[in-house]
Design a protein around this ligand. Sequence first.
Ligand code: OGA
Ligand code: MN
Length: 283
Amino acid sequence: MKVEAITESHFGAKVTGVNLNTLNDAQWRDIEAAWYEYAVLVFPGQHIEEAAHIAMGERVGDLEQLVADKKSVPISNRKADGAKVDEASDHFQILKGNEGWHTDSTYMPLSARASILAAQVVPDQGGQTEWADMRAAYDALDQATREQIANLAAYHSLFYSQSKVGHSVNSGASYGLGNQQIPLRPLVKVHPVTGRAALFIGRHAYGIPGMSEEDSEALLSRLVEFACQSPRVFAHTWQPGDLVLWDNRCVLHRARPYDYSLPRIMRHVRVAGDPRTEAGVNA
Ligand code: OGA
Ligand code: MN
């Protein structure tokens, strides 16, 4: 197995020389160690089968069930029968919403530990995914900002983030959003395994207690803008068969636009957070 850094800092690595369809325990241990170091691992040309994709997620932890009775979900603008997804649907509008910097499931009672996204059909142009290193972003903050945010938290809501892009979520229940409390999450997250501090922000975050709506929004967007820029960002241009594993506890990610009339078919497995470290502080 070969692990090659993608950026000049220890953020993002390309992993080759391993077949994820026949992954063994020793290989997984090496992958896991590299994952804690690089936070995002790109595995080109795996063409992983669904069962192996799910099994890989289960090595990381308990899976989130994003769709009833399914452990993997389509991140796709085509339905199972190949028909186009209606652009007015919640599903399509949330895919579009994913073009804003975010970390997965922060609006759920437990934010996600990990995501594993595999590409099946991708457009020739656009449709990349980008990741930004929130460990490096925290380290690069000036002292005054670090002190300002040290004890701040924000609410995280999918209704909020989607309304910002002009979409009102119709079927919240099918995204696991019942009448649950909106989670409140500190802006600085200490990684439960590595102990490193990271900014914990993104499109779902709003409403910092103790600040006006405007000041809260200004601070959160200033932080995202600062965090998500060179040298802390890299993009992956997908080829069919590629797979990426990322750590939602310390990176932001976003999809890039493309011609939505063309198919983009991906499959996602999402690993749940630990109730001791990924629950809201108001839970
Ligand atoms: C996701 C996501 C980005 C993309 O699957 O959680 O944000 O490029 N995907 O599809
Ligand atoms: Mn996402």
